[in-house]
Ligand binder design. Structure first.
Ligand code: TYC
Length: 99
């Protein structure tokens, strides 16, 4: 149980769990439509936001799909891998500690 020190930034720093960005990586083989479906189904993005994230990844090489606590981020990374591999695509998601 974290200690509540006072109602300032210190309180937030001692009570907030570490957060992890889930990063989607570009490749030359995964279809754009499949990436959009993944973003909608696994990351609960709207069709418009999913298209924007997919395009960012396609043009810049990588992009953030969401920020989660460790166990949730690990599950999302795993779900992307299982889903992509079972459809024969090399799509890769990784996670990165935020700040
Ligand atoms: N570059 C892929 C293509 O041209 C599309 C793509 C986008 C693949 C994002 C992966 O994370 C990705 N079909």
């Amino acid at each position: 149980m974290p200690k509540i020190k006072s109602e300032n930034q210190t309180t937030l720093e001692t009570t907030k769990p570490p957060m992890y960005k889930v990063i989607l990586h570009n490749d030359d083989y995964t279809p754009m439509d499949f990436v959009v479906e993944i973003l909608m189904k696994i990351f609960h993005k709207s069709e418009q936001e999913a298209n924007e994230i997919m395009w960012t990844v396609h043009t810049k090489g990588k992009g953030v799909c969401g920020v989660y606590v460790k166990e949730i981020a690990q599950t999302k990374v795993h779900q992307v891998r299982i889903n992509a591999r079972s459809n024969g695509f090399p799509l890769l998601a990784t996670m990165e500690l935020e700040r």
